[in-house]
Design a protein around this ligand. Sequence first.
Ligand code: GDP
Ligand code: MN
Length: 389
Amino acid sequence: MDLLEHQGKAYFARFAVPVSTGGVATTVDAAVAAADEAGYPAVVKAQVHVGGRGKAGGVRVVPDRASARAAAEAILGMSIKDHVVRAVLVEPATDIAEEYYASFTLDRAARLHLGMLSARGGVDIESVAVDEPDAVARLHVDPVDGLTDEACREWVARAALPEAATEGVVTLLGALYRCFVEGDADLVEVNPLVRTTDGRVLALDAKVTLDDNAVFRHPEWSEYHGTQELDEREALAREKGLQYIGLDGSVGIIANGAGLAMSTLDVVNQAGGQAANFLDIGGGASAAVMANALEVINTDEKVRAIFVNVFGGITRGEEVANGIVEALGRVDIAAPLVVRLDGTNAAEGRAILARHESDRLHSRATMLDAARTAVELAEASPAGRGGEG
Ligand code: GDP
Ligand code: MN
């Protein structure tokens, strides 16, 4: 889950990372009021889930109220890399002496945390990293030991940050590392990390990616749901409490259990097809759950066939089969269904499905047979549906 800059800064502040602060506005009038509050010069910044706002004209320093209004009018509604700006952050403009770069991520291959620090921060850090890799000082941190003050000082010296910034940067990095670890982030990035003309060191921008696997530890993260950009299918799935990940293929997949869902993806590949999604309906395969799953898959226009792969356990085969038949009565699906039912009372379930066999509903005894049928149906179906293409 990615945070917007103002959310990231608030997250930083919880761990005592020094940040610039301001007000968030979604209308021009509110932005002007926030600028009045901040005082002039102020800075008006687009809040979107992509970087490069500065270069796209989404960050403007304004000397007075009239220019604050003009900036807010220009930035609100602007599109930056296909992200429409719905909100701006308005802060007192910071008087920048120097711009640095700092980040922490997980280096999976090394099984260590990785810090990156550069004296050459700002909007061109990507080209600096490519053209002059030595200008970025890397530091591996063992999660067991944490970031010691000593290692941090050595790192800052290696990055050749000026003497005047050293104390402030060491303190900020310690706090940023705590934010990364205790805040359960996959990434914390500060660009630019600045030294101001009056000698303070603070985070002028914030990029935070939270680790979705840690969401159970953070009920407070629910405040970010409203600003997440999920694709339509994922948003609907979340609403219905389903584990769904959108993919690019044409065979929709419904399976019970994450392991079976993964195998289903594989067997579709084996049959020469591509999955349109990963969808785990969990233990129960009731008509309600099945109807929800079909509804979510139905919103995906790339789906040409749907493969339902269920292994009956506590939920018996005939309940699953009845659930599917009932769900088909509730949801007007745009693609045919192929069902593979196994496990508890599979024979009873298949008998029910056999009675409803049609060009919309096919039942197959094995996973591979079902996958082959689904892939054939997907390939046979005309590209485009609902009047398009
Ligand atoms: P990004 O381009 O999306 O990463 O947006 P940033 O928040 O990093 O802002 C881009 C650039 O705008 C920064 O590198 C700064 O040079 C400049 N900028 C941002 N805030 C201020 C500010 O308060 N004062 C001044 N003078 N420049 C700023
Ligand atoms: Mn930035």
